[in-house]
Write a protein that binds this ligand. Structure first.
Ligand code: PRP
Length: 183
């Protein structure tokens, strides 16, 4: 079986484009006079954030953070920490965190708590996808693109074992077919 046949499109690039446009419209209404700081969580958010900010034609700034990664699909998150941090003061700023996926919720919950302690004027979360069936901690998503089923999803920045981030569609993989395959 070819690698092509092992994945199915869950969300097409066209659907993603429409939804990112809707999210951008919502965000614009709320932030256009606030010079917000958008903080992407690396690595997964980079494609979504890149598309999103190009639809936000008002002043804003962009930062990235990288968390210690335990990999989606594993049961124990361990202790998360920020391994690549901010270069911008966020006190009294309007901050919008941008995630590709909220899965167990540990990454988003940890980062929101971490940022809240720095006393931003406001702090919200925008997630392209949400997989509520896997949630282990409560996370409030203020701007949500899609709710996705409990499948291995890849593409549009989301990886499986560092692969597939380049796919323009969000696809799902069938677990039994990805374990021993040279992808
Ligand atoms: C992925 C994804 C989210 C996080 C979500 O990151 O990008 O940041 O997992 O999972 P959670 O809700 O269970 O915490 P990952 O740690 O795989 O690193 P990556 O972004 O570099 O792929």
């Amino acid at each position: 079986m070819s690698a092509q046949a092992k994945r199915q499109i869950l969300l097409s690039r066209q659907e993603i484009e429409v939804t990112v446009g809707k999210l951008a419209a919502e965000i614009k209404i709320d932030y256009q006079d606030k010079n917000p700081l958008l903080i992407g969580i690396l690595k997964g958010s980079f494609v979504f954030l890149a598309d999103l900010i190009r639809l936000l034609n008002f002043p804003l700034e962009v930062e990235f953070v990288r968390l210690s990664s335990y990999g989606r699909g594993r049961s124990a998150p361990g202790k998360l920490k920020v391994v690549q941090g901010l270069h911008t003061q966020i006190k009294d700023r309007d901050v919008l965190v941008v995630e590709d996926i909220v899965d167990t919720g540990h990454s988003a919950a940890f980062l929101m708590d971490y940022l809240r302690k720095k006393k931003p004027a406001s702090l919200k979360l925008c997630a392209l996808t949400d997989k509520p069936s896997r949630r282990e901690v409560t996370v409030t998503i203020d701007y949500l693109g899609f709710t996705v089923p409990n499948k291995f999803i890849v593409g549009y920045g989301i990886d499986w074992d560092e692969k597939f981030r380049y796919l323009p569609d969000i696809c799902y993989l069938e677990t039994e077919k990805i374990l021993n395959t040279n992808l």
